[in-house]
Design a protein around this ligand. Sequence first.
Ligand code: RB5
Length: 146
Amino acid sequence: MVFKVVTGSDHAGFKMKQEIIDYLKKRNIEVIDAGTYSEESVDYPDIAQKVAKKVLDLNCLGILVCGTGVGMSITANKFKGIRCALCYNEYATEYARKHNNANIIALGARTMNIIEAKKMLDVFIKTPFEGGRHERRLNKIKELGG
Ligand code: RB5
């Protein structure tokens, strides 16, 4: 079970992020929110990099929300040690943890509803990495510079 997560969104993901923060706090998960803090327009790379750096510093999980999740995931994956998965259902989320050891999940506020997002977050937070043969595969990603 995870007890600490870093969250971040741009303006498009702001409302969903706030709902996610409330949801996690009610479940006694410590949330470190890297912004944004309103619906005023911001550039998603500025937020994604803050979250990626914090996740690496604290060795915890992160949650990024933008319109589609695409821009956030592209940016976060520029950081060595970040494995950001743009997830679209519970199955993809489960295997992003089990097989890919994803440390950030990217969600699209314009492509899914909050009910789906919460179900995916439950899976993301409770599912451990399986290791074994998957570790070997992740090492191959590391060799590529990831
Ligand atoms: C903002 O309009 C939108 O481009 C952003 O939230 C995101 O979807 C980018 O990938």
